[in-house]
Design a protein around this ligand. Sequence first.
Ligand SMILES: Nc1ncnc2c1ncn2[C@@H]1O[C@H](COP(=O)(O)OP(=O)(O)OP(=O)(O)O)[C@@H](O)[C@H]1O
Length: 296
Amino acid sequence: MTPVLETRGLCMSFGAQKLAALSDVSIALHEGRCLALVGESGSGKSTCAKLLTRMLRPTEGTIHFGGEDVTVLRGRSDLRTYRSHVQMVFQDPFAALNPAHSVQHHLERPLALHKPNLSRAERTEAASALLRQVELDPATTLRKFPHELSGGQRQRVNLARALAVDPAVIIADEPTSMLDMSIRLSVLDMFAPLKRERRIAMLYITHDIATARYVAEETAVLYGGRIVEMGPTDRLIDDPRHPYTKLLLEAVPEIGRPFGSTRLSVEADRVRAISRGAGDLREVAPGHFVREIATN
Ligand SMILES: Nc1ncnc2c1ncn2[C@@H]1O[C@H](COP(=O)(O)OP(=O)(O)OP(=O)(O)O)[C@@H](O)[C@H]1O
């Protein structure tokens, strides 16, 4: 199956010192499927999202969308067209919405650009349908402003707005990390019908490997800008092969685990703690890594 969006050997470095934020990243997003990109803070997840949406241009490697090389897109209108196919849902649902505009405006604006032939009444009906798709009641939501919505409702509006332009790809960058625990899964649950019914290809970016199982058929683990393990999510969680994947899984909070500090150590064959973004993972002997994780 030809991927909808594919990267080959993607690299990104910043600044005069050319510090590598991303090295040799090759991933593929397929129609109706989701890939989770998992890694801790600083591992390069957001950089990857910015490259895929072409907010940044990679220093090396290529990005193909529908078979076409979009790595070199430059013109404003070409980039705008590309980004209408590849939509982002951001971490902070409040910052992504304009406090001065109603939900109706947030949804009807992209609809007006994407489907200029719709009459005003048809546009409002399309906005209502989008809200129903994300399980919000149009009658009570359309007229509201962002501050009148809960965090979960705002993230649903963001998702509805992304859907307004019929994207082929949605990149969700930590979409639930700023939401209350109790509603995270209900927001993630909305991804399944988008894949099934709209056949959208998704990239779910998260630091929380445990949630990957809810949304993603495949998972890639990013460490220090490199993919250290990739495979079917169930296999990767049940039988992690790379030491860093094991560390991520051991760090998942569990009910019943006592408060305090858990000392995790792991024999590593490929991880190098000198990679930036490694957090407090330390190499204490060649190939031997320890990490202190506060669990309270
Ligand atoms: N514009 C930039 N200029 C210089 N360095 C950058 C820039 N953007 C990102 N970096 C660096 O690249 C590395 C990866 O950053 P990135 O934001 O992609 O990580 P992340 O995994 O998304 O982290 P988080 O989960 O904390 O958002 C970090 O070391 C960061 O400091």
